[in-house]
Design a binder for this molecule. Sequence first.
Ligand SMILES: [Zn+2]
Length: 98
Amino acid sequence: MLATAAKPLKKRSTGPLRTCLACHAKKAKNDLCRFAVTREGVLVLDKAYRLDGRGAYACLDSACIQRLLRNTKKLHKAFRRQNLKVSEDLHAIFRSGE
Ligand SMILES: [Zn+2]
């Protein structure tokens, strides 16, 4: 079978693209971090991509994360709820980026 043109081999890392909630860049899941909200309404970093429910994504970049934490309206919209509490983890990231 003849190969058509010079198609690069499919990269293993390309999965469905997600959009950063802060800068709207479309990236593979691996290049983004996932946020989730616990049952108690606390926004946490979902490092293992394992938490249930809605997720929001942001670049693995403290600038984007800081932007999101400052603009909680976007988070409220993404998670369709008000009164999100930001976890200590996230505050730590937020602070370290300054
Ligand atoms: Zn971003």
